[in-house]
Design a protein around this ligand. Structure first.
Ligand code: SF4
Ligand code: SF4
Length: 590
């Protein structure tokens, strides 16, 4: 049997020695009580330091720490030395994926598990220290470490002539580093003379004369993808390229990124939208481990098998179960609409702004159902949700209803209060919060964190839980999957459905992730029109006809994976794609 290796990781930000009773962990550690310094005080950092050699793994310190700042984890000894460790008692990464020529390789896994670290290593932004965090890493040591393996060739190439291009995750920082008009900025880096082609592919024309600092998140994302693709490189890396993009833009982004692989380049990307990841990548590496503590990169798998193994929580080749529960889709497509009492009827809704107008057909919402809302950006989806929530008024009608609404907006504002304080408010149904969200969405370790210190994904989970833990008749959630990793997306979807079914209320969900919408919705409202000019939506339709209408507009067809039941986008012009389109079945047949 494999022996266990133990790692001890301290969350530096959570640890508050002044608040816990002056280094409580040091006092409770049984090894310390035997006069051995298993946990000592690092006077310089004013934080505890844990010896992984002396630690006996009793977990007392992690249980007693009031701020959940310590993780003690047993690792299987098969794991060699880490590829990178950020410092003593810090996150460590095991294994590396390798880029393949003429191919798109996808990386999938939870947030905080090392995916961005991997892209930073492979794009030469971070030199890994091979676990020796007291020393600086070097390419020579990496070449030596991977002698005889595929990664050796990669690092040799990087050492001789690094031709790498990386799209970072945090595109909102771009205007801080580059100033001026978009066209001028892109022209400067257009080594491949592809600006016209990418302008066409990514619909950049309306943005070219704008100042970079004036662009929205979705616009900045498209510019960042173009900028990364314009550079002359052998290896291209994209960190979450679909964030802020609507589904139409995601498909265009996929085409642009795919064209790089078509030109014999190696492409690697991190993506949380499973339909996009599946559509785009040929191979997949799965990341598993414990967020913020350690991350392991799996062997390479075909895209279909990799995504299925990820959903199953079991790596076949490695014989490793990394999740106790599988994430499953309903195999019987599509999700049935619920025939229950009507909760709310709304009339035809019209709204005009100086440059934009929208119209939504009248409809009704039923008890216990989730209605998905889909369509491109700037067609009025959020306006419709805001009218229903009472935040803004329609032009043609008054929405008189005694029903109460709980609304999660698209843009989240983080207050300076802790998660615990937020969920102590009187409007919160504590039972729903505890049973549906606290444990299931892993919110427990965040309870004493301040909202303004949370990551985008953590804040989103809190906002969804807060919205659904309030008492209301209608729940409106605008883009609940944004910034959330793939695993938590499906957990959020499950939680929303549970709460709505349990309470017999209604939820309206605006989102761009097709799998998420498929997973969660009983019926669908489809927005169509010309973005930023005019938008029109139908009454809530059955899933089959609604999805069919939506996917037909995108000219993309979906089938079901026979093993997991998840929807899979057909490759354009494949036999299946042609067959389904001929029959007018863009959404897998019933
Ligand atoms: Fe206190 Fe926890 Fe920090 Fe130890 S890890 S010093 S118990 S806050
Ligand atoms: Fe000490 Fe290790 Fe037990 Fe923590 S888990 S109290 S460090 S022996």
């Amino acid at each position: 049997m494999a022996t266990k290796k133990r790692i001890a990781v301290l969350d530096f930000d959570k640890c508050q020695p002044d608040e816990c009773g002056d280094f409580l962990c040091i006092r409770v550690c049984p090894v310390n009580r035997n006069s051995k310094g298993c946990i000592i005080k690092n006077k310089e950092l004013f934080r505890p330091e844990i010896s992984e050699d002396l630690c006996i793994g009793c977990q007392i310190c992690s249980v007693k720490c009031p701020f959940n700042a310590i993780s003690i984890i047993n690792l299987p000894s098969e794991l060699d030395k880490p590829i990178h460790q950020f410092g003593k008692n810090s996150f460590r990464l095991y294994n590396l994926p390798f880029p393949k020529n003429s191919t798109v390789v996808g990386l999938i896994g939870k947030n905080g598990i090392g995916k961005s670290t991997v892209l930073n290593i492979l794009s030469n932004k971070l030199l890994p220290n091979l676990g020796n965090f007291k020393e600086k890493g070097s390419i020579e040591k990496l070449v030596e470490k991977f002698k005889g393996k595929q990664l050796m060739n990669f690092f040799v190439k990087v050492k001789e002539n690094p031709k790498l291009s990386l799209k970072p995750q945090r595109i909102e920082l771009l205007p801080k580093n580059a100033k001026g008009k978009v066209k001028g900025l892109l022209k400067k880096i257009d080594d491949r003379k592809k600006l016209d082609e990418l302008t066409e592919m990514l619909d950049l024309s309306p943005l070219l004369e704008k100042e970079l600092k004036t662009l929205s998140g979705g616009e900045l994302q498209r510019i960042a993808i173009a900028a990364t693709s314009l550079k002359k490189a052998d290896y291209y890396f994209f960190d979450e390229p679909s964030s802020f993009l609507d589904i139409k833009q995601r498909l265009k982004m996929a085409k642009a990124i795919n064209s790089l692989a078509g030109e014999a380049k190696s492409v690697m990307l991190i993506e949380h939208d499973l339909a996009v990841l599946d559509y785009l990548s040929e191979y997949i590496h799965i990341f598993y481990g414990s967020p913020g503590v350690f991350g392991v990169v799996s062997s390479v798998k075909s895209s279909r098998n990799g995504i299925n193994e990820f959903l199953n929580g079991y790596l076949k080749d490695e014989n490793i179960k990394f999740r106790s529960k599988e994430l499953s889709f309903e195999v019987k497509p599509p999700t049935k609409s619920v025939k229950t009492n009507v909760l709310f009827e709304y009339p035809l809704i019209e709204k005009k702004f100086p440059d934009f107008e929208m119209k939504v057909d009248s409809g009704s919402l039923r008890q216990g159902e989730v209605v998905g809302i889909v369509g491109a950006n700037a067609l009025g989806k959020t306006t419709f949700v805001k009218i229903l929530s009472g935040e803004i008024k329609a032009d043609n009608t008054e929405l008189n209803s005694n029903l109460t609404v709980s609304f999660k907006p698209q843009q989240l504002k983080a207050k300076k209060i802790t998660v615990r304080e937020l969920f102590s408010l009187s409007e919160i149904n504590k039972e729903i919060f505890n049973s549906e969200f606290k444990k299931k969405l892993s919110l427990e370790p965040l309870m004493d964190s301040s909202l303004d210190k949370l990551s985008g994904g953590e804040l989103q989970k809190i906002a969804v839980a807060f919205c659904l833990s309030k008492e209301a008749d209608i729940y409106l959630l605008d883009e609940p999957s944004a910034f959330v990793d793939v695993e938590d997306r499906l957990k959020i979807a499950e939680a929303i459905r549970n709460v709505i079914e349990k309470k017999g209320k209604t939820a309206l969900i605006v989102d761009h992730d097709v799998l998420f919408i498929d997973y969660i919705s009983n019926r669908l409202i489809v927005f169509e029109g010309i973005p930023s000019v005019s938008g029109k939506a139908n009454s809530p339709a059955e899933m089959h006809s609604g999805m069919n209408q939506f996917l037909k507009g995108l000219e993309i067809s979906f089938r079901r994976d026979p093993e997991t039941g998840r929807p899979r986008a057909n490759k354009l012009n494949s036999i299946k794609d042609k067959e389904q389109k001929e029959k007018g079945e863009y959404y897998y047949s019933v």
